[in-house]
Design a protein around this ligand. Sequence first.
Ligand code: DP6
Length: 332
Amino acid sequence: MSQVRRATAQAHPNIALIKYWGNRDAYWRIPANDSLSFNLAGLWTRTTVAFRPDLDADRLVLHGREVTGPGLARAQRVLDRVRAASGLTWRAEVVSENNFPMGTGIASSASAFAALALAAAAAAGLDWPEAALSRLARLGSGSAARSVPGGFVIWRAGQGDEDSFAYTFAAADHWALADCIAIVSARPKAVGSSQGHDLAATSPLQAARVADAPRRLALAQDAVLRRDFAQLAEVVELDTHLMHAVMQTSQPRLLYWQAASLEVMHAVRAWRAAGRPVAYTLDAGPNVHVLCPATHADSVAADLAVLPGVTEVRVATVGGPARLLSDDTPRN
Ligand code: DP6
């Protein structure tokens, strides 16, 4: 056992303010447009990777349960790249857990593949820079590329594998924003993101959404840099509606919203019209991410919790980068 090469990493999920929807190259996960997000502090995935000479096959254990099939194959894409780069041929045991229960509807693939990328590279002895780790995470899940760097992040689509990675454009402490996640359904979604990305091009609206993406991204980046919540709110809601318009007009049509999602959207619109700094965004699911300055998070979360159909509200602030954990690192 002394030969085991092991490392543990922790990563946060992220919420996209300018969305990634559709790939130019699905195999390499080269997205159709640049995207912008911030990491969600307080929510994390922790993953230990152990390359061992005594294993016949890779193993993935998620919350104490063995994962096989496509889930394991996705993790192996990351492990295989690490083996190829390091020369290590041993199989790996991957043990992972989230502090947000799966089934709450909070996407876990971003934090999962960011943590896997860091842990696998470190376990194999690769001392890679952040951009290379972001590229590695992207092979497992596109949005995971954005969970490697900390704070406010841009993922440049790039031309191919080498230049498609994410970087920090403002540190986590630049602006104290909060994401109050109104959970309206814990059911697994009918059509997952990877399948959805493949359908994006079937919508006649996707080309227009992608063509306007650089303008929206510039507005969102400028709003973050100047801490202009009103400007951010406008462009974030526009971007989310453009993505959902594409989803709703692809073949087959994807309708992720539930009645309760609309209740929350209407409430947020009314609150903002009354002068409250709030804005919403939705990913490929019915739960509504309500953004606000962190000073408003308690009152926004309390008001969300009593809306019809909201079963739970999780509050996250802006989080740091994915990082390696040593055995004596404080676990928080
Ligand atoms: C709607 O990163 O989950 O959350 O690359 O297939 O794993 P894969 O897709 P994923 O897609 C995220 C889509 C989104 C928008 C976003 O986070 O930008």
